[in-house]
Design a binder for this molecule. Structure first.
Ligand SMILES: C[S@@+](CC[C@H](N)C(=O)[O-])C[C@H]1O[C@@H](n2cnc3c(N)ncnc32)[C@H](O)[C@@H]1O
Length: 198
């Protein structure tokens, strides 16, 4: 088997291992709401290529990015998530993989100080506030006003980070990224972007 075939097999295996650990109710929507393993690992590679760090997945869902990153890379992968039911699923999965370098915290982004972390991952976390049929479930309040608040908080926090701070975004309009961040790399037809504060 060549290297590419072996790599693809490894990714597919992890994708399936995560999928089978999800409750039935989340399996159907997992493609829409959770990052594919292949993309999560590319994002993690971009975020960690200049050394191990504390990475935050802003809106971690079931912890898929954290798990895929922590399995492959020598950094600590934190997630914050405001839906408690997803936090429980994420941490149960993290434990079942025996990972010591990943954890999902039950928090709203408005209570997060970005200075507690070094680098950030975002898969369009606030979009469901704008589009009714993109809602993950009814566990939290969603509104246009909250979208504005979350976006403004994220912008303000990222602005305060030191030069060299890395952010990877997957999908979305990237309105949470301040002008001081330069887009230095992209992949997946422009859906995945690496931003670095200059
Ligand atoms: C599109 S999903 C991405 C999940 C995960 N990052 C991944 O890539 O698999 C966005 C997640 O962000 C969470 N989220 C949205 N707004 C949030 C907020 N204000 N605070 C914490 N989590 C939030 C949602 O509950 C949802 O689980």
């Amino acid at each position: 088997m060549d290297d590419t075939a072996e790599f693809n097999q490894k990714i597919d295996k992890l994708e399936l291992e995560i999928f089978t650990r999800l409750p039935e109710s989340l399996r159907l929507i997992s493609k829409t709401h959770f990052t594919p393993v292949r993309i999560a690992q590319l994002a993690a590679e971009w975020l960690t290529e200049d050394g191990p760090k504390k990475i935050l997945d802003v809106g971690a869902g079931t912890g898929k990015f954290c798990i895929a990153g922590a399995i492959e890379y020598n950094s600590f992968f934190y997630g914050i998530e405001h839906r408690e039911s997803l936090v429980d699923i994420a941490n149960t999965m993290i434990d079942s993989f025996g990972l010591k370098n990943a954890k999902v915290l039950h928090q709203n982004i408005l209570d997060v100080n970005f200075k507690d972390y070094d680098a950030f991952y975002m898969f369009n976390p606030y979009y469901e506030n704008l589009v009714f049929n993109k809602r993950l479930n009814n566990e939290v309040s969603l509104s246009e006003q909250l979208h504005k608040q979350y976006t403004e908080h994220t912008l303000a926090q990222l602005r305060e980070m030191p030069n060299g701070t890395r952010v990877v975004t997957y999908d979305g309009e990237n309105k949470e990224i301040p002008y001081a961040y330069e887009r230095v790399r992209q992949s997946q037809n422009g859906l995945l972007k690496l931003w670095v504060k200059g």
